[in-house]
Design a protein around this ligand. Structure first.
Ligand code: BG6
Length: 485
């Protein structure tokens, strides 16, 4: 049997993409509450208002939010904000968790909304909401795996402090982390940051020295904040476990030209290993120092930071994995793939999703080996899934064979990786219930085993329907990954 006993099969959502209830229960606005919808051709934007009352927009990348001087984040009545209600987990969590239990979940990977818990000081109603969610999970034997931070923070941190580029955020986050860990004693598995390497791939203009400098500092500040929370948990709760997560920006060299191999190695170091090497090993690798020189940036790293990084190394390594990219020195821009700014060149051997993301289960196995060889600590695949256009048919079902195929091939790849020696502790499918896409703001980019009847503009009943993949996932999970047919 490939998958060990106690393997954490489950699903994953994030507060801002699924919860809704944006102004309910004492919550203050999050940054993402100012994000408009979008699509593949029109990026999501964050809206603001200028002192003269005019509205404006800026690219909605939370790790890179640059408001003009004097601007305040603002809701523009002419825009639609999909995260405000999202798919309404806030009001449906009991029904949703019951369906997760039916799917055979052993783990539920989720985030806390910082602004629901800590709008400014503790919000008892927000705290109670999460206690209720955990209670509901534990009732069915589902372990919550809780991320403290996922592309989301109280909006006033952006307006008043300029976001993560300001070191003050380190202390603010550590306070939030400690308070959450102390409060939610029922949670055993914690994680500090979702896709912490996002700070680098949020660089919109790599020729802009100031922006590059800022983003590497953002990442440094987050790494320190993460390490401090990790240390706090280790010092105070030795029976609990804590990880940090990396976005699986996995790349192949497009050709066997050694120049391509080198370019790919550098890409992997810059976009992938850079952060994980720090949060697993506790110090910056030598290639990072070379990179800073090459980029001509100087980071503000104090002695205390260096100590914190060393003392706050994680218990397990979490990653997301959706697609792979190719790196080459041979082609120009027209061969690019996918809808994200950092995506690479098309891989002629792979099919792509409706959104141009290359489907590469073998890459997952390769990638798991690479990470495990490097770090030798348990791995957690906490985001993997297929965003697709689903159609709710007259029979009340979605016939999503494409999602079943995607899942089968990725579970097979994990099982082979485990057979070959990788220590993988769990797998949580991204967007187990439909939610708002982070990159495009669409709901029609659906990932779920559970369909939610709502469109990109909030029209619909919000009723839940089982897709064909629901039965498939149930079979896989309840057979501990044995029955993949
Ligand atoms: C992951 C993010 O990288 O990708 C999720 O952590 C996101 O928040 C997921 O939803 C899928 O991306 P998208 O853009 O299809 O929502």
């Amino acid at each position: 049997m490939s998958f060990p006993k106690g393997f954490l099969w489950g699903g994953d959502i994030s507060a801002n993409q699924c919860e809704g209830g944006w102004d309910e229960g004492g919550k203050s606005p999050n940054m993402t509450d100012y994000h408009t919808g979008g699509n593949v051709n029109e990026p999501r934007m964050a809206t603001y208002i200028m002192p003269d009352g005019t509205y404006g927009k800026t690219p909605a990348m939370i790790e890179n939010c640059n408001l003009p001087e004097g601007a305040k984040l603002a809701i523009n009545p002419d825009e639609f904000y999909p995260n405000h209600k999202a798919t309404d987990f806030y009001h449906h969590y009991k029904e949703d968790i019951a369906m997760f239990a039916e799917l055979g979940f052993k783990a539920f990977n989720m985030t806390l909304s910082w602004a629901r818990i800590f709008p400014k000081g503790i919000n008892p109603e927000g705290v109670e909401f999460y206690h209720n969610v955990f209670k509901e999970c534990l009732k069915y034997g589902i372990e919550p795996l809780v991320h403290l931070y996922k592309y989301d923070m109280p909006a006033f941190y952006i307006e008043e402090l300029g976001g993560w580029k300001n070191r003050v955020l380190i202390d603010e986050f550590v306070e939030f982390g400690k308070a959450s860990i102390d409060e939610f004693q029922e949670v055993t598995y914690w994680s500090t940051f979702n896709e912490i390497n996002a700070a680098q791939f949020s660089i919109l203009d790599s020729s802009n020295q100031e922006e590059v400098q800022r983003q590497y500092q953002v990442l440094h500040n987050q790494l320190v904040a993460s390490a401090k929370v990790v240390k706090y948990l280790h010092d105070n709760y030795p029976n609990k476990k804590i990880g940090c997560m990396q976005a699986g920006i996995f790349t192949h060299a497009l050709t066997c030209d050694p120049e391509d191999e080198l370019a790919n190695q550098k890409e992997m170091q810059t976009n992938f290993w850079y952060a994980g090497d720090v949060f697993v090993r506790g110090y910056y690798p030598s290639y990072a120092k070379h990179l800073w020189k090459e980029l001509n940036i100087t980071l503000d790293i104090t002695e205390e930071d260096t100590k914190s990084l060393k003392e706050g190394t994680v218990d397990f390594f979490e990653f997301s994995y959706y697609f792979s990219n190719c790196v080459t020195t041979h082609l120009d821009g027209e061969e690019a793939t996918g809808n994200l700014n950092f995506m690479g060149k098309k891989n002629p051997y792979l099919k792509e999703s409706d959104w141009g993301w290359a489907i590469d289960p073998k890459g997952l196995k390769f990638f798991m080996h690479e990470i495990y060889d490097r770090y030798q600590i348990p791995l957690m695949n906490c985001e993997n899934g297929l965003g697709a256009f689903d159609i709710l048919e007259e029979d009340g079902r979605v016939h999503d064979q494409y999602r079943i195929d995607y899942m089968r091939e990725h579970v097979k790849a994990m099982s082979e990786g485990i057979d070959e020696g990788v220590n993988l502790m769990g797998y949580t499918w991204w967007g187990c219930i439909d939610l708002v896409s982070a990159s495009t703001g669409e709901i029609r980019k659906r990932y779920g085993f559970i369909y939610v009847d709502v469109d990109d503009f909030g029209n619909g009943t919000y009723k839940r329907y089982k897709k064909d993949s629901f039965e498939y996932c149930k079979k896989v999970y309840t057979s501990n990954g044995e029955d993949l047919d």
